[in-house]
Design a protein around this ligand. Structure first.
Ligand code: 5AD
Ligand code: SF4
Length: 440
């Protein structure tokens, strides 16, 4: 087998960052990454199983791989579908050599060595009870300005609909000193933005007992050279007021909190095993709104959970209005293998789920139209993310995580990753338009 690899990644930010670490590990083991699967000796497929029959899509894709088997290529299925389906993958796709969940990635060098010795059916599936995290200094960072750092892996919350506790294993946090060391290292390399990652990032519990999550946020935000710190995803259960106090106290912490509510109905929240009520959630929102800074709030929503009534849906719609979210990610409920909710009848038809989803999206659009309009004439600092040459515009992102397209009368467009002051001239429900405040 030639020591070249190709990797394809699906799923959340955690998965994307896992791939950055997997790539770094493979490169350290002497493998060279190629951009075309035809050139690769090893093909890795980093999978997601959160919704929508994801495992079927994986098997479909593996069928396409089958044709390449004769070319002497090896295949690895990693990530959430690998963990969920386990050895069944070898049965359905016997040409696969490695099946590994994310909790076993720290053993990748050994798995690769076994692969090179010609072993078949190598698994990394038994590590979900581990206390170890996957730490490596060999991270192939794909974004040159924003560095991702995992601070907590796994999940112990067991929401009734969710595969994550089964695919990513139990919650385990990295020592604060190790997180800060990585943050300093990437600041030295020129990154100005850091995003702290975790399935429940604010459930972070420093194993050395030195820092709370809010203290870690403040410490990362105080590293010289760091201008923006983001963190995702927060769980309402562990959302404490000191997080808001930290955002108020440390200007580099971005004024944005992603706090998924899932439903605005206390009855549905109970069935989902979210362990909070609508009022309890709204109390956390009140803390965020009482901050001195104007903190943007976003959420995830599931519609059509078993037993959801029209009134439950209306409760969700009124919650959207009460919070005034700047964005929501809304999904139709999808039954997932091994989760408690599969035992409940999936009582709501797909048509009704779609109709309910549309009701929420329509109501949310109106909320965002009003919210975004408040930015008219505001001057905000943006990080430049890309250039839209055809429109002669620059695309930037605000601290609140809003996208702004702007024009500049400078001959040379501002560099990617640079920061720019922009005045907002027009607003839309999902983006803003502006003009650079020119400095002479
Ligand atoms: N069906 C639909 N949406 C789901 N999510 C998680 N599990 C499911 C499921 N079984 C959504 C939640 C979560 C987001 C990442 O995906 O809203 O916050
Ligand atoms: Fe998908 Fe969840 Fe796994 Fe992320 S943790 S890859 S969203 S199943």
């Amino acid at each position: 087998m030639s020591k070249t690899f190709y990797i394809e990644t699906f799923g959340c930010q955690m998965n994307a960052h896992d791939s950055e670490k997997v790539i770094g590990t493979l490169e350290h083991e002497g493998y060279a990454r190629v951009q075309d699967e035809a050139d690769a000796g090893l093909i890795l497929y980093n999978t997601c199983s959160i919704r929508d029959k994801a495992e079927q899509k994986v098997f479909h894709r593996l069928n396409e791989y089958k044709k390449m088997k004769g070319e002497g290529k090896k295949f690895a299925v990693i990530g959430c579908v690998a963990q969920q389906e386990g050895e069944k993958i070898f049965e359905r796709a016997p040409y696969v050599s490695i099946v590994s969940g994310s909790a076993s990635y720290r053993n990748l060098p050994q798995m690769l060595a076994r692969l090179e010795r010609g072993e078949e059916r190598i698994t990394g599936l038994d590590d979900r009870q581990t206390d170890e995290t996957f730490e490596t200094e060999f991270v192939a960072r794909t974004n040159p300005h924003r560095g991702y750092i995992t601070i907590i892996e796994g999940c112990d919350k067991f929401c009734a609909y969710c595969v994550v506790p089964y695919t990513r294993g139990k919650e385990r946090s990295r020592a604060a000193a190790s997180v800060l060391e990585e943050a300093r290292r990437i600041a030295d390399q020129g990154f100005t933005e850091i995003q702290l990652l975790g399935q429940n990032v604010n459930s972070y519990l420093d194993p050395s007992g030195k820092m709370s999550f809010a203290e870690l946020l403040a410490a990362v935000g105080s590293i010289p050279g760091i201008r923006r710190v983001r963190f995702t995803t927060s769980h309402p259960r562990d959302f404490t007021k000191d997080i808001v106090d930290a955002i108020d106290a440390v200007p580099t912490l971005c004024d944005h909190v992603h706090l998924p509510v899932q439903s605005g109905s206390t009855a549905v929240l109970k069935a989902m095993n979210r362990e909070y009520t609508r009022d309890w959630y709204l109390e956390r929102i009140a803390w965020i709104k009482a901050a001195r800074r104007n903190i943007s709030i976003t959420s995830d929503i599931i519609v059509g959970f078993p037993g959801e009534t029209d009134q439950d849906l209306e409760d969700t719609a009124t919650l959207l209005e009460a919070v005034g979210y700047d964005a929501i990610f809304a999904f139709k409920y999808s039954p997932r293998p091994n989760t408690p909710a599969v035992a409940m009848a999936d009582s709501i038809s797909d048509d009704i789920k779609s109709a309910r989803l549309q009701i929420l999206l329509d109501r949310q659009r109106e909320i965002q139209r009003v919210n975004y309009n408040r930015h008219l004439d505001e001057i905000m600092e943006l990080m430049v993310e890309s250039h839209n040459k055809s429109r002669n515009q620059v695309v930037g992102r605000s601290s609140q995580n809003k996208t702004v397209n702007f024009t500049t009368n400078q001959l040379i467009l501002p560099a990617l990753g640079s920061y720019q002051q922009v005045r907002i001239t027009q607003t839309f429900p999902n983006s803003l338009l502006g003009a650079a405040v020119e400095v002479n």
